[in-house]
Design a protein around this ligand. Structure first.
Ligand code: ADP
Ligand code: MG
Length: 392
């Protein structure tokens, strides 16, 4: 997958329409976490350095196609301006004559932030007229909102039909690190998949089994696999209706010669709670009444040994209920193994990324994906409409 990127676009003196992800947390009208604003700055600053004038756009929250002032971009414009170190003009609306006049009045190098694109139903419907109205503001379109690239919305996909389209640095990096995992990963390639449910992870397992050498199945989803292998799983999470899927996945992995690491021991609790003490079960068999809540020390060692030898590793989904301190060890130790791995390491998925941040290891991972749903769909091998629009 080769994208058109802003490195190749001549934007001097041009008006550039830039889609960013400024869907930030807000409390009492103040941005409480500016990670996403900071993440967009390299692209924004690069375009300004090259002499572009910017029309920036994003969604924020779920105003459901209505102009709801609660979801105005005003507080975000303020924070963006502070971070950027120059004025940001907030547009009076998203589209329309008044905004058109504001765009016309922009001087070279100025930055205009459109109002919340989801103030119009045409955004999520990917309405061509709405997309055309947005596109009319720019000469060039740049998308750097990876987190919404799995949605074919007007600002993420629609506008690309009317303007030359380029990827910003964030999207470029996502594709640079995740693309090879599906095509030609450096080997050995280890995929570590966990989290709560088989149903939400089966597609990613089926995608990665095509290119990986070893696949680790941990977290709550592991017990459905253990049960179909005939093991006792006590009161652990199980998805009855996914047993056939689990069985055929294991057969497929075997046929492909991919080695599957499932838990060989466990940390169990008597009940699913924060205060339940962890009991180490030094066997694959879980006693009646107990719940498997983390992988045990022998399993941790198996996973770490595989990671140590790997040239590439992808990790999606925690190994246990890491939110409970008593059951965080598996996730923490595997996270540390990734941090110490000399190969390329990629972490994607909302809770896995939260775990990496909680353990303060993000800067030791080659790539921490900025999209939850988008990175999962990417790893599933799905075509992301917002990225397809930027392909050469
Ligand atoms: P991600 O967001 O990284 O893709 P998921 O949303 O699939 O991950 O899964 C994360 C959730 O899985 C966490 O809230 C975690 O507590 C839960 N989980 C992990 N192991 C278990 C387990 N053994 N039993 C129940 N839930 C688990
Ligand atoms: Mg999650």
């Amino acid at each position: 997958m080769i994208l058109n990127t802003i490195r190749e676009c001549d934007c001097a003196g041009k008006k550039v329409l830039v889609r960013v992800d400024f869907n930030v947390p807000l409390k009492d009208g103040v941005v409480t976490d500016d990670t996403r604003i900071k993440a967009a700055l390299p692209t924004v600053k690069y375009l300004l350095d090259k002499g572009a004038t910017l029309i920036v756009m994003s969604h924020f929250g779920r105003p459901k196609g209505q102009k709801n002032p609660e979801f105005s971009m005003a507080p975000i414009a303020k924070k963006f301006s502070e971070e950027l170190g120059k004025p940001v003009i907030l547009a009076s609306d998203v589209i329309g004559d008044e905004v058109g006049a504001q765009v016309k009045a922009l001087k070279a190098g100025e930055v205009l932030l459109l109002e919340n694109v989801r103030f119009y139903a045409g955004e999520e419907k990917n309405d061509p007229d709405f997309a055309k109205a947005l596109a009319s503001f720019g000469d060039i379109y740049v998308n750097d909102a990876f987190g919404t690239a799995h949605r074919a919305h007007a600002s993420t996909e629609g506008v690309s039909h009317y303007l030359p389209s380029y990827a910003g640095f964030l999207i470029e990096k996502e594709v640079k690190f995740m693309g090879p995992l599906l095509e030609n990963p450096e080997k050995p390639f280890v995929a570590i998949i966990g989290g709560s449910k088989v149903s939400s992870k089966i597609s990613v397992l089926e995608s990665l089994v095509k290119t990986c050498d070893t696949i680790v199945i941990g977290g709550g989803m592991a017990y459905t696999f253990l049960e179909v292998q005939g093991h006792k799983i006590g009161k652990s999470l199980v998805e009855e209706e996914y047993k056939d899927t689990a069985r055929s996945f294991l057969a497929k992995a075997k046929e492909k010669g991919v080695s599957v690491i499932l838990p060989v021991d466990h940390l169990c609790g008597a009940e699913f709670s924060d205060t339940t003490p962890a009991v180490t079960i030094d066997s694959v068999e879980i006693p009646d009444g107990m719940i498997g809540m983390d992988i045990g020390p022998k399993t941790v060692a198996l996973v770490c040994a595989a990671v140590e030898k790997a040239k590439s590793v992808v990790w999606n989904g925690p190994m246990g209920v890491f939110e409970f301190d008593n059951f965080a060890n598996g996730t923490l130790t595997v996270a540390k193994a990734l941090a110490a791995c000399s190969g390329t390491t990629v972490v994607g998925g909302g809770d896995s990324v939260a775990a990496i941040n909680k353990f303060d290891l993000a800067d030791k991972i080659s790539h921490v994906s900025t999209g939850g749903g988008a990175s999962l769909e990417f790893l599933e091998g799905k075509v992301l409409p917002g990225i397809k629009a930027l392909e050469k």
